[in-house]
Design a protein around this ligand. Structure first.
Ligand SMILES: [Zn+2]
Length: 477
């Protein structure tokens, strides 16, 4: 039995986060709105109306093209993609076909086990979304709110080899979309949608076999599970001597089963032709430069720079660049701290990240600013407060918005490093606990931790634990 590999291409639809729809002034995001409340004659396809292109859609689409290393086309066209479906009131979708906004491009996807997979895209185009149909109590209900919502479609080459690689691609794509600020990229809200084309071949072969298309997967985990299930099905079919047919499959997440929807239609069925109601999209050099000026340092570039410039391990660099606001925060804190960046990374990843996750705010919105974080680490470094006081300061600053040094002063949190003061508390603890003293002196040396704890309690956590330990060991000898 030969060993098989999967050949996977992903077709993604990305909802752009513009205020209004692509060809009318209706609100684009209807997530919290009742059905059919953000609609007008244009997006519901009434006769006699004309579409007007939203400039922000072109700009956000072109920004994504640049981030995907695609070539922004200075002239592109809209086309009508004709098909009949109840939630498509015009009977066609305005899309781009042979002259799209972006051509070529790729995304490098680092995999957890160390290698990087370059995933190519052939083209990138902008288009309008269709409405939404749902079946309820034997009725078919149609919501047109989504008609005319701006989308970018990107189809990858058949470059992915496993279900896990496909999942990693989506994770990196989602990171990129949020990073450059063009989409919320939330799969559960259909801001990022993915269909997967899957075929198999003997490992190492370079030809392509007929593929199936999996539709309606709405989480990254579901994409991975559906592809893996389909890969295993195709292997069984081929081993049994059957041919793989070009089916469209529907993933049922609850049962983990793929169902055949229909035999796949070919592109000819759509009878594309130029959209006569819209002018070509022309991007002149000045506008292109204006768009490119908004392209930030990309997440994987920044990840590499964090490892290079700050000497961070890959693990740290990956977490700190997962999200742009967090990585900006880190850099500002490093600058304010002016010491070992790894130390800032440790504080950030262990404690500040937990605060961010628990409160659900972005790093940039914390009252614990990068400067305050740096100040707390410095207070610990200098011995002004001990580590546990430093950690408690994080949440105190976050709750009050007050400067760390001010809180230390007003709450009397400064570390007690005064030998005399420490010794007198130690002496008190020793005299109050004769039994423990006897046990310790009888050989139960592990009790030292208990004594330190007692002293820390009496000093309300402010004593320098190292000094306390040394003093106790001396006095208990
Ligand atoms: Zn409208």
């Amino acid at each position: 039995m030969p060993e098989y590999e999967a050949v996977i291409g992903l077709e993604t639809h990305i909802q752009l986060n513009t205020n209004t729809k692509i060809f009318c002034s209706c609100k684009a995001d209807s997530w919290n709105d009742p059905p059919n409340t953000n609609i007008c004659p244009v997006c519901t396809g009434l006769p006699g109306v004309l579409p007007v292109l939203n400039q922000a859609v072109v700009e956000k689409g072109a920004l994504l093209a640049a981030a995907m290393h695609a070539e922004i086309q200075l002239v592109s066209y809209f086309d009508r993609k004709n098909y009949f479906y109840p939630d498509l009131p015009k009977g066609y979708q305005i899309s781009q076909y042979d002259m799209p906004l972006g051509r070529g491009g790729y995304l490098d996807v680092p995999m957890p086990d160390g290698y990087t997979r370059r995933v190519s895209i052939h083209k990138l185009h902008i288009e309008e979304d269709a409405g939404k149909t749902k079946n309820e109590n034997g009725q078919r209900l149609i919501d047109f709110n989504r008609c005319g919502v701006p989308l970018v479609e990107m189809v990858t080459g058949p470059d992915l080899r496993t279900a896990d690689e496909a999942a990693q691609y989506l994770i990196r794509l989602r990171q990129l979309l949020r990073w450059i600020g063009i989409s919320e990229a939330d799969m559960e809200k259909a801001h990022l949608r993915c269909d997967a084309n899957v075929s198999i071949r003997p490992k190492g072969a370079d030809y392509l076999n007929p593929k199936t298309e999996i539709k309606n997967v709405n989480s990254i985990v579901a994409v991975r599970d559906a592809i893996q299930t389909e890969f295993e099905r195709q292997v069984r079919e081929v081993e049994a001597g059957h041919r793989i047919e070009a089916w469209t499959l529907d993933w049922d997440e609850d049962s983990g089963v793929l169902r055949k929807m229909r035999s796949k239609e070919t592109e000819n069925d759509y009878r594309y032709f130029r959209e006569p109601d819209l002018l070509p999209v022309r991007i002149n050099e000045a506008w292109k430069q204006e768009i490119l000026a908004q392209l930030p340092e990309l997440p994987l570039e920044r990840r590499a720079r964090f490892m290079q410039d700050y000497g961070l391990p890959e693990y740290d660099a990956d977490i700190l660049t997962a999200e742009r606001s967090l990585s900006d925060y880190f850099e500002e804190a490093v600058k304010a701290y002016d010491g070992d960046p790894k130390r800032v990374s440790n504080w950030l990843m262990n404690d500040v990240l937990r605060m961010i996750n628990e409160s659900g705010v972005q790093a940039r919105d914390l009252k614990l600013t990068p400067e305050y974080l740096a100040e707390i680490i410095k207070l610990v470094d200098s011995g002004s407060v001990n580590t546990s006081t430093g950690k408690s300061l994080l949440s105190k600053v976050e709750e009050s918005g007050r400067a760390p040094a001010e809180i230390v002063q007003s709450e009397g949190l400064a570390q007690v490093s005064d030998q005399g003061a420490i010794q007198s508390v130690c002496a008190q603890v020793i005299s109050e606990n004769p039994e423990q003293v006897a046990a310790y002196q009888g050989g139960k040396l592990g009790l030292i931790g208990w004594f330190v704890g007692q002293v820390m309690r009496k000093t309300r956590g402010k004593a320098d634990p190292q000094l306390v330990r040394a003093a106790l060991e001396e006095m208990l000898k």
